[in-house]
Ligand binder design. Structure first.
Ligand SMILES: [Zn+2]
Length: 178
């Protein structure tokens, strides 16, 4: 019985991966090669990242350190160099959010920021602190809401060359290639 349960699970997981791979491949082709995108925090910091069914959008990840508001005010870094295309408070939902265009159709989005440290049109590096972790947009506790987008649409998140974020699961992430 255990074997049969395990193989059923494996089959479901493979089917999900196949569907998922197909849809991201389409986005990636349309948008061009994904740039190397780093975990959006300073080097050597380990952050807990969670994905879940019902998150809006589905492909987003929420990052925390500790519990409650213990990560409030921590620095948020750009995932890669690029140009800031949005940096404002959009109210309920994202709150203070920044979008960085990395070229080739790729962008990253950072939301619920406590403070925004960049402005539209500014060129940033992956070392630039673009803002700080907060709970703007009506969030009950502070966290960073983060998205990777291809041609404006949220896609499955990948850090560096090989770290694919699992859907749905909680995992730990640290910036490398520092
Ligand atoms: Zn979120």
């Amino acid at each position: 019985m255990k074997m049969s349960i395990r193989s059923t699970r494996a089959a479901v997981a493979l089917a999900a991966l196949a569907a998922f791979g197909a849809s991201t491949a389409v986005s990636a082709d349309a948008a061009g090669t994904r740039p190397l995108l780093k975990v959006p925090f300073p080097c050597q910091q380990e952050w807990r990242g969670a994905t879940w069914s019902g998150h809006n959008p589905d492909r987003a990840i929420d990052f925390n350190q500790g519990s409650g508001d213990s990560d409030l005010g921590r620095a948020v870094k750009a995932s890669a160099s690029g140009r800031v295309t949005a940096a404002s408070n959009v109210g309920s939902g994202y709150g203070n959010r920044v979008i960085i265009d990395h070229g080739n159709g790729w962008s990253t989005l950072y939301a619920h920021l406590n403070s925004i440290n960049v402005s539209v049109g500014q060129n940033v590096q992956d070392t630039t602190t673009i803002g700080t972790v907060g709970k703007s947009g009506g969030q009950s506790t502070s966290h960073l809401h983060y998205e990777q987008r291809a041609d404006g649409s949220p896609v499955s998140i990948k850090f560096g060359t090989a770290t694919w974020v699992p859907y749905y699961a909680t995992d730990y992430y640290t910036r490398i290639h520092c």
